[in-house]
Design a protein around this ligand. Sequence first.
Ligand SMILES: C[S@@+](CC[C@H](N)C(=O)[O-])C[C@H]1O[C@@H](n2cnc3c(N)ncnc32)[C@H](O)[C@@H]1O
Length: 400
Amino acid sequence: MSSSVSSLIESLVAAGKAYENNEPGAREALIDNSRALATSLEIPSEFLQRSFWAEPALSASIRIAVNVKLFQHLKESGESGLSAEVLSAKTGIDIVLLQRLARHLVAMHLLTFRDGAFHATILSNGLAEENYQDSIAFCYDTARPSFNGFPEFFQKTEYKSPSLGTLDGPFQNAHKTQLPFFDWLIATPPNLQHFDSFMSAYRAGKANWYDPGFYPVAERLITGFDTSESDVLLVDVGGGRGHDMALFCAQYDSSAHKGRVVLQDREPVIAAVKEASQNLPFEAQAHDFFTPQPIKGARAYSLHSILHDWSDEDGVKILQNLAPALRKGYSRVLFNEIVVSEEKPTLAATSMDLMMLAHFAVRERTEAEWKGILENAGLRITNIYTYPGVAESLIEAELA
Ligand SMILES: C[S@@+](CC[C@H](N)C(=O)[O-])C[C@H]1O[C@@H](n2cnc3c(N)ncnc32)[C@H](O)[C@@H]1O
């Protein structure tokens, strides 16, 4: 056995013990170590088979599964599972094709087969939820063609980094459009709905910045909350459908503070949020973040996965529209974003970085790059909070 394999096994055992003890980040470390071990054991033919046939065939089969509600049918069948004949009748896929696709899902550990029937797993049952079904559609229909087009696109551009925020990037090349990503989503239903679901699902199950042990909300926001100038505790700028604010309000309700919590996003997104529920635990306000922030002197403004969508130039414009609303020495700006480690980049950070390259020709930033963009907008970082196994950090900033 090579020394690298034995040291990976040692790391795996250590991560396994931490997992048994429910240590934060241990599950993610165990997965990472398992992947490293499998890759170090694979010979080139096996690597090729897994990465270039097995994984693409898996995602294509799963995209079909979404169309025919295969995971939902298996979930409903419970312990008994479904024979190929019944699953074929329920999905409308002919039995031979159904068996071939489902067998690959078994081989890839997404389903099991026993006693003559296909059975769901905990994972396939999770993927049967609507948010994940929509997310699979977004990843397959929108993101995958953008990645597939990388080699041709970068050959054409002579391997130059696309200029940040360009409207002629890998996404436009793959989807034969000149529209910016968000405009294209709106123009091509149901892609906007799929993307919005992806935004609420892609990091589900991970600790949020407001969860215990991550960012100390009580100490940094509630203590010192001063209603003399504004009774707004938190504004979520570009907060999408409000999944963060719904969870924040569930954890910090009126017994924890007397402040208002406001979700802001573009008009169509806010209209959809209001239509979906008459009984929101937060206020919802249409606001274009390229225009001056209307809520002045709030205790905090959060921007979750916002600046990573934009070039430095646009990012500075967004912040310059926010900065005049900040009360010096009081208002905090909370960026929930990836801070890319140059020494130990993680799969979560690098895959998101390439997702950003593909769709916006922008990038995830290192700590030095974050400092630079904030300084250009007159802000300074006060602290960076992290949580084990979570890709995004919480960068706390204030007026410099
Ligand atoms: C990457 S999503 C992040 C959503 C949410 N903060 C989250 O982390 O799930 C970016 C959000 O910015 C919103 N957005 C894009 N352009 C905007 C603009 N000019 N003004 C306000 N919101 C905008 C989009 O509608 C979308 O909800």
